[in-house]
Write a protein that binds this ligand. Structure first.
Ligand code: GSH
Length: 205
């Protein structure tokens, strides 16, 4: 049985969404954030030294890092779904967006949260504007990449779309999708999938 160690309002929702898409059995163990600091509780650190979510147990594997978890779960349980196979059209784009999500998009999004005072205990500072411009450049590129495509790797929904939703939602929350119709339509399209709504319900408990 796959176990998803789920921290409320976190990237672990991606894993629940993927498992709902795949329809494989899994169980969820829940962790609440500290109400004052919004950090993960000590119990999550006892499970894994980083104390970050998601953590997933699948047989003998205990994994962290949402992108790696997604690749692992697709490899073991995907039966060829939600990812173009090696050599197929769209494979290179799929890999690019799958890794861009954490490597670049979330890296910038989280940096901005520290620099504009969103994270409890931080103060807004002058560096935030530079990071905001960097995010804007990423979103402009995404907008142009989506022109003429339904999804990031091509016509079909893949796990790369699923990975990219969180940074785009964070940008939407800051009003950064104004004037970006392709990106807004993509966000609407992917988040209206039944498995996404189901995952949100399960994640919220
Ligand atoms: N790159 C990692 C990021 C993991 C991460 O930072 N998770 C956040 C939740 S979205 C977390 O556990 N934060 C709680 C804390 O740092 O105390 C991934 O994609 O899994």
């Amino acid at each position: 049985m796959i176990t998803v160690y789920h921290l409320e309002r976190s990237r672990s929702e991606r894993v629940i969404w993927l498992l709902e898409e795949l329809g494989v059995p899994y169980q969820v163990e829940r962790f609440a954030r500290d109400p004052a600091t919004q950090r993960a509780p000590e119990a999550l650190r006892q499970l894994h030294p980083l104390g970050k979510a998601p953590v997933v147990r699948d047989g003998d594997a205990l994994l962290v890092e949402s992108g790696a978890i997604v690749e692992h779960l697709l490899e073991r349980h995907g039966d060829g779904r939600l990812a173009p196979p090696p050599g197929a059209p769209g494979r290179a784009r799929y890999l690019q967006w799958l890794h861009f999500a954490e490597g670049s998009a979330m890296a910038m999004a989280v940096t901005l949260m520290f620099l504009d005072g969103t994270i409890p205990g931080t103060q807004p500072g002058p560096m935030a504007d530079g990071v905001r411009q960097g995010i804007d450049a990423q979103l402009a590129w995404l907008e142009s990449e989506l022109g003429g495509r339904e999804h990031l790797a091509g016509d079909a929904f893949t796990a790369a779309d699923l990975m990219m939703v969180l940074p785009v939602q964070l940008a939407a929350g800051r009003g950064l999708l104004e004037g970006r119709p392709a990106l807004r339509a993509w966000l609407e399209r992917v988040t209206s999938r039944p498995a996404c709504a189901k995952a949100a319900e399960i994640a919220a408990g």
